[in-house]
Design a protein around this ligand. Structure first.
Ligand code: CO
Ligand code: CO
Length: 310
């Protein structure tokens, strides 16, 4: 599909579509929903909404309205659905947007998410490609939520691992987005199902550069190492690896770290590229937020691999 006003469509696997309405306003549209990652319905609602809102922030926008999308079985109490929707609504409220309706269908397995509409100035859209040689790469949330969620499903996650994962998954990317909006950012996305490597690859290939990531600088949930060593690795991690076969190189990376690099994230952080100078100032500001961020790599001229981790 082509349209002169379409700023971002499907070609670059970006986070959301962006359509220019006038010289100073464009709409951002996105939709995301999934099955529960935790048992508590209210927490699940918060996670799903935080994740759905994230793609608007990844495009440099501000969410304005959101619609619920719900699949729910008849056999469960409607109060559970109420809790899911309340969790979602509370996060939408925190984002500054409003829930304006939605749609539900009966289904055997519950699913929840939102279609979010955001706004952005047409010249301030953040795309997932455009990194320049010499820039730094910053990640605004620790990795490992896929591994922890697998441990939660297996009922062996420790309380602290559960709490840390929930905190990460329910932290809106709004706060990091507000910080980076004051700086010149050349590419931005959020880390979700394809993991750091998958989303990093999209950024590198779209930008025609190689990303060099520092394995010792990548933030992760401590227990993710332990659980990865126990083999609690989600299936998506292996498909993420297969998908990137031949496109990356790992130098002396332990297998648990490899699991973390490819771990599919739920409601992960922003991943972006900016100058070294901006990176320093942004990192100072990001330190004040409650989840950890780090400069995790740099942009090199395009080599024969899109990502090198060492
Ligand atoms: Co995204
Ligand atoms: Co998505």
């Amino acid at each position: 599909m082509e349209d002169d006003n379409l700023i971002v469509g499907i070609e670059t696997s970006d986070d959301a579509a962006v359509y220019k309405l006038s010289e100073d306003i464009a709409t951002i549209q996105t939709l995301d929903f999934f099955t529960p990652v935790v048992d508590d319905p209210y927490t699940f609602g918060q996670i799903a909404a935080t994740n759905s809102l994230s793609d608007v922030y990844a495009m440099g926008g501000k969410p304005v309205v959101a619609l619920n999308i719900v699949c729910f079985p008849n056999c469960l109490s409607i109060d559970i659905l109420g809790e899911i929707l309340k969790g979602g609504a509370d996060k939408v409220l925190e984002s500054g947007a409003v829930v304006v309706g939605g749609h539900s269908v009966q289904d055997d397995e519950p699913k929840y998410g939102l279609s979010v509409t955001g706004v952005v100035h047409p010249n301030k859209v953040l795309k997932n490609c455009g990194c320049k040689e010499g820039e730094v790469i910053i990640l605004t949330k620790p990795l490992g939520t896929g591994i922890i969620n697998t441990a939660i499903k297996g009922e062996i996650a420790s309380e602290s691992a559960y709490n840390e994962a929930v905190k990460i998954m329910t932290t809106l990317n709004k706060y990091a987005a507000e910080i980076i909006s004051e700086h010149s950012i050349s590419a931005c996305t959020d880390v979700t199902g394809f993991g750091l490597m998958g989303h990093g690859y999209e950024m590198a290939s779209g930008s025609k550069v190689t990303l060099k990531l520092y394995k010792d600088k990548i933030p992760y949930i401590g227990e993710a190492k332990e659980y990865a060593d126990m083999g609690l690795v989600p299936a998506g991690s292996y498909s993420n690896r297969e998908h990137l076969n031949g496109k990356y190189q790992l130098n002396n990376v332990d297998s648990w770290m490899e699991d973390i690099l490819f771990d599919p994230q739920t409601s992960g952080g922003l991943l972006f590229s900016c100058s070294k100078e901006d990176g320093k100032i942004i990192m100072d500001k990001l330190q004040k937020l409650s989840v950890s961020s780090a400069i995790i790599g740099e942009v090199l001229p395009m080599g024969d691999k899109y990502i090198i981790v060492e």
